[in-house]
Design a protein around this ligand. Structure first.
Ligand SMILES: [Cu+2]
Length: 184
């Protein structure tokens, strides 16, 4: 499901909750004055309960749970339109490991060296809470991981020189998610 769909459902829930509560209260007030049958009172109470629980579910899920999910969903959405790099090749058994931590909004380390001709397994450890990538655009290498996840791939140091890596989620590189690989 897309982020738009989630937003839409969220507001439908809120609207149903609020409208249910208002309708329920209105019916209850009217029946109290004019001695309507019990069925109406039962309907009113059911509406209030449904409205309240709907609103409570949304409120409870809101800032923490639901907000978190929404971010995850947003991240998943980004995966689709982030860049057209091919995914990194799988980690190569026996190759040295190069961990790179990602958080909001920084990498650690911001610089590392690889001997020309060598292969290292870059291990993107996303220790943040939203989706990030490790992207070396000019070497066509990209790893991607949701918050709390790790992704590894074999990085072949073929071209000598300094190559920039970034997180390719829009805005993240500008917020500080950039670094350098020195091959030589
Ligand atoms: Cu990022």
């Amino acid at each position: 499901m897309t982020m738009m769909a989630w937003r839409f459902m969220y507001w439908v829930f809120v609207a149903v909750g609020v409208i249910g509560m208002i309708l329920g209260l209105a019916v209850l007030l009217r029946t109290a004055r004019s001695r309507r049958p019990r069925v109406l009172i039962a309907t009113a109470i059911a509406l209030i309960v449904a409205g309240l629980s709907g609103t409570l579910i949304v409120a409870a899920a809101g800032p923490g749970g639901f907000g978190h999910n929404m971010m995850g969903m947003g991240g998943m959405g980004m995966m689709g339109d982030r860049s057209d790099l091919r995914p990194a090749p799988p980690a190569s058994p026996g190759a040295p490991n190069q961990p790179v931590r990602a958080t909001e909004f920084a990498f650690s380390p911001t610089e590392f060296r690889v001997q020309a001709g060598e292969t290292v397994n870059v291990e993107l450890r996303n220790e943040g809470s939203i989706f990030h990538t490790f992207t070396v655009t000019d070497l066509n290498f990209e790893l991607a991981a949701n918050g709390g996840q790790t992704a590894s791939g074999a990085f072949r140091a073929e071209r000598e020189g300094t190559h920039e890596f970034v997180c390719s989620v829009p805005g993240h590189a500008q917020s500080g998610m950039r670094g350098r690989i020195i091959i030589g």
